[in-house]
Design a protein around this ligand. Structure first.
Ligand code: AMP
Ligand code: FE
Ligand code: FE
Ligand code: ZN
Length: 294
């Protein structure tokens, strides 16, 4: 019997609504044997989660989700795993990215105010726990719009105001693909392309091949947003290119209603311990002095 794991989940350190220790308890309650905490641009939830994991018997592995700007495909997300969460170059870069998120938050608020919405940066910063150094994202703005009665759900806030092309949309600073991979690899980890369903289907295969040539280690095949077609395509690409086929729910608590830790949306995600083992093997190979390439 394979133990189940979840390799993609967010906490209050970024745009999830559950505290790191609470997330681990939830994983335990769901019967998961391992969990990766993958907050946007932040490793600040990992230590608390690992501690709770040791206490109650869930393996917690370091994770991160980075936003990447690809010249052909636009915004992509790259997941990093099994790196050193104290790596100075990584911490440095993450702090810069979070600072850029703060100024972008201010620009979003400014736009919303220009359209007559009564929101302040203070409201958003409070929602995002900015004073504690958490990573500010659009879901925090969405929750403020909800609290003020402008929209009924986070989804509606994205559809009406915050999604790409909407009146409150402001792009954020993103890494180049190669820089994201290097950041993770240089910190001793492995890099996985997240939820490639968001990439234009006609460009997906070429993108995965290009990233694989840059040193990508895996692709997320199981994801709460993936349909059968994406799963089949990504699994075939993983097989062809020798990438690890990973999986995770992308749990965000109340910010993504209907997506459950471990199992995704209506049970559409299932990831076994063997996947984590494959990532560990790959990370160990990368770290060994005889390893070749980036
Ligand atoms: P940001 O990193 O600030 O650009 O915000 C992106 C985050 O917002 C994603 O990681 C998701 O958690 C969430 N998100 C993006 N698009 C939507 C959407 N259409 N509906 C709800 N949440 C979304
Ligand atoms: Fe998110
Ligand atoms: Fe993502
Ligand atoms: Zn995510």
């Amino acid at each position: 019997m394979a133990g189940l794991v979840d390799l993609h989940a967010h906490t209050v350190v970024s745009d999830g609504t559950v505290a790191p220790a609470q997330l681990v308890r939830l994983a335990k309650a769901k019967g998961l044997v391992a969990l990766a905490v993958t907050d946007h641009d932040h490793v600040g939830g990992i230590e608390e989660a690992m501690e709770e994991g040791r206490r109650i018997g869930v393996e917690v592995v370091p994770g991160i989700e980075l936003s990447v700007e690809d010249p052909e495909c636009g915004e992509l997300h790259v997941l990093g795993y099994l790196f050193d969460p104290e790596d100075p170059a990584l911490l440095n870069k993450l702090e810069l990215l979070r600072n850029a998120r703060l100024s972008r938050g201010a620009r979003i608020v400014e736009r919303l105010r220009q359209h007559g919405l009564d929101v302040t940066l203070q409201d958003v910063a409070r929602e995002a726990r900015s004073d504690e150094g958490a990573s500010l994202g659009r879901p925090h703005v969405a929750r403020v719009l909800m609290a003020k009665g402008y929209v009924a759900s986070v989804q509606e806030a994205f559809d009406k105001w915050l999604g790409e092309g909407r009146r409150g949309y402001v792009p954020k600073d993103r890494l180049a693909p190669q820089d994201a991979l290097l950041l993770v690899h240089n910190a001793g980890g492995v890099a996985v392309l997240a939820h490639a369903v968001t990439v234009d289907a006609s460009k997906r295969a070429a993108l995965v091949r290009k990233l694989a040539a840059m040193g990508l280690d895996g692709v997320e095949v199981q994801h709460s947003k993936h349909g059968e077609a994406e799963r089949r395509e990504l699994q075939a690409l993983a097989d062809e290119l020798g990438l690890v086929a990973t999986g995770g729910s992308d749990f965000h608590g109340e910010n993504k209603p209907g997506v459950e830790l471990g199992t995704g949306r209506e049970g559409n995600v299932r990831t076994t311990r063997e996947v984590l083992d494959a990532l560990k093997t790959r990370a160990a190979k990368r770290r060994s002095p005889t390893a070749r390439g980036s």
